[in-house]
Design a binder for this molecule. Sequence first.
Ligand code: NAP
Length: 303
Amino acid sequence: MSSSPEFLVFGATGQQGCVVARALREAGREVRAFVRDPQSERARALAAEGITLAVGDLFDRASIDRAMTGIRGIFSVQASSPSGLVTDEQEVAQGKAIADSAVAAGVAHLVYSSGGAAGKGHTGMGHFDSKSRIEDHIRGLPIAATITRPASFMEMMMLPGMGLNTGVFTFFMQRRQSMQMIALDDLGRINAQILLQPGRYAGQTLELSGQDITGEYLEEAFSRAAGHPIRYQRFSDELLAGNDFLRQLSALVDKGIVAGVADIPALEREFGPMLKLDQWLSGPGKVLFEEALNAPQAGISLR
Ligand SMILES: NC(=O)c1ccc[n+]([C@@H]2O[C@H](COP(=O)([O-])OP(=O)(O)OC[C@H]3O[C@@H](n4cnc5c(N)ncnc54)[C@H](OP(=O)(O)O)[C@@H]3O)[C@@H](O)[C@H]2O)c1
């Protein structure tokens, strides 16, 4: 480990941790990334950008404690059960372990990346309710903390099986129903700004989203970006009848629990313009979009 990283980022080889670590690094800060395998391609890419690696495992509290040495601010995120890497109980245990370790080490500020469904009552979906439990635990600890609740990632729409390669894109919202979404780049820069200004954001819970997106808008934006028509439809009743996970999630979208409640104009006043889907498709999401358009057929896979 190098001598003086200020920030410790968990999940740095994953979607969120990676963009947060990079945004902090781009701001000229020393960053330590908590990684399981320092030889993985993603870990080596972080190291090549000047990010120090701390090797550990969230199932090993001693390795978390070791990584905290000298740290001022932490970005905490855990895998959840749809990934197959953890159970819901293990996600909760890992989220609590990071926070407890931060308190024991006297870390000044913790940012916990939760989820948009947290804090809205019991949802019945383990990987959402887990986040409310971690939030409650953190609020009870003697540490300055900021909780960020990201909406669904725009990147998630590029996962296999959503149909961009077939000309018919299927997703959660109804054609005229809106669901909030955010680009990972925005999530990275906002969480980094929060870590860089703990005094301004400590004690806050922030719902993060970049845009309200309807099924009809997806049809227009995807067709424009692809240069050929892409129709939008909600997951079919047949698919939902055979897939408990998607059925429960779609029902929570209908109830408004995962449709998103972020105040986007207020976020833009605080953090600057958020990426809209059109901009994302022609910018940071361009490669993912082209890959999804040209992907071989596959079953739906979400995390
Ligand atoms: N997808 C969405 O739209 C969305 C929206 C809001 C919230 N969320 C939440 O976001 C969270 C996942 O974040 P993400 O998508 O950024 O993660 P991700 O891309 O799935 O990556 C998971 C990260 O956790 C690390 N990890 C897993 N098990 C570990 C362990 N035992 N010890 C140390 N590190 C471990 C992985 O490291 P390795 O490289 O070693 O595997 C990787 O860096 C979930 O809780 C999910 O519910 C997702």
